[in-house]
Design a protein around this ligand. Structure first.
Ligand code: HEC
Length: 150
């Protein structure tokens, strides 16, 4: 009986070791980083870079928000792209099935969906506030999962 318990425990330890590290995990992290830099960051810039007010010496406060229907539509399209990328981030391939990872990602999606609606309504303040909410949702995952930040 004792041996059987020992054997079962060894099995469990081996499974844990397999989850915790190794080439597969490294490859997954690399894929996450590539997705962040090449897809997610450029997509969300379609919202952030056209949201807010910039203080300039020449012209004082300058609005960054779109000024045409087309510009607002571009922002809504960027939101769709962000949602598409974050849905990819939620798949096993990127999330490893981690429920917390998937839940934080869902927060990004929820705020981005709201930001899309605000862009379609051409509501500057609402887009600005939701841009901040999206940023904080990104940060929540980075604080949770990036241990050696900087
Ligand atoms: C579910 C988790 C998660 C969410 C949500 C998330 N990220 Fe990331 N992000 C990561 C992880 C993990 C890394 C580090 C990857 C690595 O270096 O191994 C990272 C890295 C990055 C990097 C590269 C940082 C650097 O200095 O190398 C950028 C840029 C980035 N994320 C942008 C974003 C943006 C923008 C959002 C929100 C729209 C976001 N991320 C949301 C997990 C997440």
């Amino acid at each position: 009986m004792k041996t059987r318990i020992f054997a079962a425990m060894t099995g469990a330890i081996l499974v844990l070791a397999a989850c915790g590290g190794g080439g597969g995990e490294e490859a997954r992290q690399q894929k996450v980083l590539t997705l962040m830099l090449e897809e997610l960051d450029p997509a969300v810039d379609g919202i952030w870079q056209h949201s807010g007010w910039e203080l300039t010496e020449e012209n004082g406060e300058v609005s960054l928000f779109p000024t045409t229907d087309e510009g607002w539509q571009d922002m809504a399209d960027s939101a769709d792209k962000v949602i598409e990328v974050v849905r990819k981030l939620q798949t096993d391939e990127y999330s490893n099935g981690d429920p917390e990872w998937i839940a934080i990602s869902e927060g990004v999606i929820t705020f981005t969906e709201e930001a899309k609606q605000a862009a379609l309504a051409q509501d500057e303040q609402e887009v600005f506030d939701l841009g901040g909410d999206i940023y904080r949702a990104c940060l929540a995952c980075h604080q949770r999962y990036i241990i050696d930040d900087e």
